[in-house]
Ligand binder design. Structure first.
Ligand code: FCB
Length: 471
């Protein structure tokens, strides 16, 4: 057995990427509804209006997950569906949807993992400054409290935020994500208010739920290596790590705003928007650190005029790497996924070991890992051998880290379904299940059968290739 029966082998999605039904059941627009209606922001003018229609098809999707024998489903709650005014009364119809989803999961023996914020901020809050406004953090805490009160009995693990790096830097600095702004100061304010939201949100969850229900925070920690041993390249990689990782780990895990971060961003802000007592509020170590991992990068000191790009559709010319104008990345080498991301399972191993060394014993889960590839349905099958290889490699890295002492207790494959991939619209396909958007027909890919067999055998060695023949 390489993975114990207790090790969670789950799968993940997010509300705006799969639900559809954006104007049903009392839901109001989020910043992604607005983004999709802004010309040039989303490839092909795609929107999440219908997406995978999971709002209507969730029972089928849960049945599918049961067939695939997954242990847990990580989904996210649409804030504007459950609290249409964002700070006002709850919408019983919106809450009923998530209750029904959780109950359906439980009836099939699947655990419910709910993320409160996977990027779809209610538009009414953005109209008041969004994450640049500290009030948004307090509104988030009230929302967290309301959800814990309404759904505490049916959610097995809560997650406050998904990848605040994306919400802040891609949303407010490079502008490839909603709300599409390009203002470095705004991005740093967003970083702080997201950290505050996590801290206040975790406290609120605990107040209602006590200590027994685990709370998670998901970060996309960047594995950035220097392009060479030259001191300037080493320093360049360090700056990226500080802005990308320490900006969140510092306040949340250690209760400090790192001096290095202040130094790198000194031309942009003196951080005077961090008020007395804020860092104590941010300092809420989660029960489980969620790690989303896809690839690695190599940084070097930039030549004049070079800029680290955003890596999204609808590039604005602005970089997400606030304060790092003198850093750029090496071109990717070797095989890549559909996103142009390199494939380096060892990066995941190194990351897990690094976190373990820094925070010994901290429980970790891989809350996202997976790959987009161009898939083809042929005769009702999708032979996505590259995805199987990717998953095998990365689960192998997890297994190795566990053997070497990292306290990793779960893995969530991104994603259950092909879905709305943000600025890339429907052009990128990460699902272990193919979706035909005309008919909403779901077709499990070979990777789904492979993952099911892994869930059965728990053994990467023996899972073999028997799944290829299995319909
Ligand atoms: C992560 C997001 C997720 C999905 C994957 C591919 O950054 O959390 O919603 O877009 O990337």
């Amino acid at each position: 057995m390489t993975f114990s029966k207790q090790f969670v082998l789950g799968t993940a999605t997010a509300s705006y990427q799969v639900e559809g039904a954006v104007a049903e059941g009392g839901r109001t627009p989020s910043i992604w509804d607005t983004m999709c209606r802004t010309p040039g922001k989303v490839l092909g003018g795609d929107t999440g209006d219908v997406a995978c229609d999971q709002y209507h098809l969730f029972r089928d999707d849960v049945a599918l997950m049961a067939d695939l024998e997954v242990d847990a489903y990580r989904f996210s709650i649409s804030w504007s569906r459950v609290i249409p005014d964002a700070v006002g009364p709850i919408n019983p119809e919106g809450v009923a949807y998530y209750r029904a989803l959780c109950e359906e999961l439980h009836s099939r023996g699947i655990k419910a993992v709910a993320t409160l914020y996977h990027w779809d901020l209610p538009q009414v809050l953005e109209d008041r400054g969004g994450w640049t406004n500290r009030e948004t953090a307090f509104a988030f805490a009230d929302y967290a409290r309301a959800m814990a009160t309404e759904l505490g009995d049916v959610v097995d693990m809560w997650s406050t935020l998904n990848e605040p790096w994306c919400s802040s830097y891609l949303g407010y600095a490079s502008g490839v994500h909603a709300p599409g702004r390009t203002d470095d100061l705004a991005a740093l304010q967003a970083v702080h208010h997201l950290n505050l939201a996590h801290g206040l949100g975790q406290r609120a969850l605990r107040e209602v739920l006590g200590k027994d229900v685990p709370v998670c925070l998901t970060l996309n920690l960047h594995v950035v290596d220097p392009a060479s041993d030259a001191p300037e390249d080493v320093a360049a990689a360090r700056r990226i790590r500080v802005v990308g990782n320490e900006a969140f780990l510092g306040p949340v895990m250690d209760g400090v705003l790192p001096d290095e971060l202040r130094e790198i961003t000194r031309d942009i802000t003196d951080w005077s928007f961090v008020q007395d007592g804020d860092l104590e509020l941010c300092h809420q170590v989660p029960d489980v650190l969620g790690i989303n991992y896809y690839s690695t990068s190599r940084a070097r000191q930039a030549d004049a005029g070079e800029l680290a790009s955003s890596g999204g559709h609808g590039e604005t010319g602005a970089s997400p790497w606030v304060g790092c104008d003198d850093v750029t990345f090496l071109p990717v080498e070797g095989p890549t996924t559909q996103m142009g991301w390199n494939i380096e399972p060892d990066g995941l191993y190194r990351l897990l070991m690094e976190v373990e060394q820094r925070y010994p014993g901290l429980e970790m889960m891989i809350t996202e890992n997976g790959a987009g590839f161009d898939d083809e349905v042929v005769g009702g099958r999708v032979h996505d051998i590259r995805r199987v290889d990717y998953l095998r490699g990365h689960l192998g890295a997890v297994e190795r880290a566990v053997a070497d002492g990292a306290n990793v207790t779960g893995y969530f494959l991104w994603s259950l379904l092909d879905n709305f991939e943000w600025s890339w619209g429907y052009s990128k396909t990460f699902g272990m299940v193919h979706v035909d958007y005309e008919t909403q027909q779901r077709t499990p890919k070979d990777s789904a059968y492979w993952y099911r067999d892994l869930s059965r055998t728990r053994d990467l060695e023996t899972v073999g290739d028997a799944w290829v023949a299995v319909p």
